[in-house]
Design a protein around this ligand. Structure first.
Ligand code: ISE
Length: 338
């Protein structure tokens, strides 16, 4: 049976998912689209033969839609559609972050608990990248001993002027907030955000760039993460786990490198949709398969809440001048235990 998926939000990420659902995901059909901009709805409904909805709420309520993807921007518009989908008993994939506040994440969890079954998956696609999957296997096996340190970078070529200082954590480092505790298989104890004095000339008044994030896990693994969103070089994601008997590092996938006169060049991707294309494809295919089988296993609302609690502590640290903040999670409900 074909799964009829509806997408709410057709900006950069939403249109990328629309193409993925329409052209590269098996067992699914892009059955409907909605956006606040009618011209986008018209464009993508025509392009993919999907039904044009006049609102996100109408799309969720429609009997023509089996499962919903919420990819709206700004991030604080996710809430109403995710809650509406849970109420309707429909599976809903929500792009990261789940919600912009811990209280709102908790609302989603409460609605899901009330429903009695997991319906929400959060778009932390890095967990589906082959590089990270291999790294996790190596860490879990303890082949190289205990992990001790993590050095990571999250660099974007540039960001729009609407992107501000808080977003370096809530919109960008949120990926590592999710990924690194998953990779290491443990929760965080505390976090720090430090704003170095020297900034890039490519930033603007409302954005402190770059920033340094530090996290410590419960067992004492220390993480340092550089977040540099106007690096004017490319989309450069690095992660190295230092273990007792070796280091495990993520490689940037490339199909070609060039050697020319006294130089050796490896291309750096420009955009995250290009760098993590395979991870996104994998993520959505597995989500669709899970929905078909009536059991989803990807990042849950609980994972969305963990990331937001972590980002809140990191934001507080930044606002208080770089003090160490505890990261305290509520008790994990049984629904989210493995
Ligand atoms: C964006 O929303 C993403 O999710 C990207 O992966 C991240 O690199 C970028 O900084 C965010 O703005």
């Amino acid at each position: 049976m074909t799964l009829n998926v509806g997408i709410i939000g057709l900006g950069a990420m939403g249109s990328d998912h629309a193409k993925r659902i329409a052209e590269r995901t098996s067992g699914v059909k892009l059955a409907g689209v909605a956006d606040l901009k009618p011209e986008l709805v018209e464009k993508y409904s025509k392009k993919y033969g999907a039904k044009a909805f006049e609102s996100g709420a109408a799309l969720v309520a429609s009997p023509d839609i089996d499962a919903v993807m919420v990819v709206t921007s700004p991030d604080d518009q996710h809430s109403q559609f995710v809650l509406q989908a849970i109420e309707a008993g429909k599976y809903v994939f929500c792009e990261k972050p789940l919600m912009p506040t811990v209280a709102e994440c908790q609302k989603i969890i409460d609605a899901e608990l009330n429903h009695g079954k997991r319906l929400v998956q959060v778009g932390f696609m890095r967990r589906y990248g082959e590089g990270y999957i291999e790294m996790k296997k190596a860490i879990d096996s303890r082949k190289y001993g205990e992990p001790l340190l993590v050095h990571a970078t999250h660099r974007n070529y540039e960001v729009p002027t609407s992107y501000d200082t808080t977003m370096s954590v809530s919109n960008t480092a949120v990926h590592e907030a999710d990924l690194l505790h998953w990779l290491l298989g443990e929760d965080y104890e505390s976090g720090i955000t430090f704003l170095p004095k020297k900034q890039t000339k490519y930033t603007h008044d409302n954005l402190h760039d770059p920033q340094i994030v530090m996290l410590d896990t419960k067992s004492g693994v220390h993480i340092d993460l550089e977040v540099f969103v106007n690096n004017h070089m490319g989309y450069d994601i690095n992660c190295e786990i230092v273990c007792e008997e070796g280091t495990i590092a993520l490689k940037t996938p490339t199909n070609m490198s060039v050697k020319t006169k006294f130089q050796h060049e490896d291309p750096i991707p420009e955009e995250f949709t290009e760098r993590f294309k395979d991870a996104y494809d994998n993520e959505i295919q597995q989500w669709a398969n899970g929905v078909q089988k009536n059991q989803i296993t990807g990042p849950s609302s609980w994972d969305g809440l963990v990331a937001m609690v972590t980002c809140d502590a990191l934001g507080k640290s930044r606002d208080e001048g770089g003090v160490r903040e505890p990261i305290t999670l509520p008790e994990k409900p049984a629904l989210y235990k493995d």
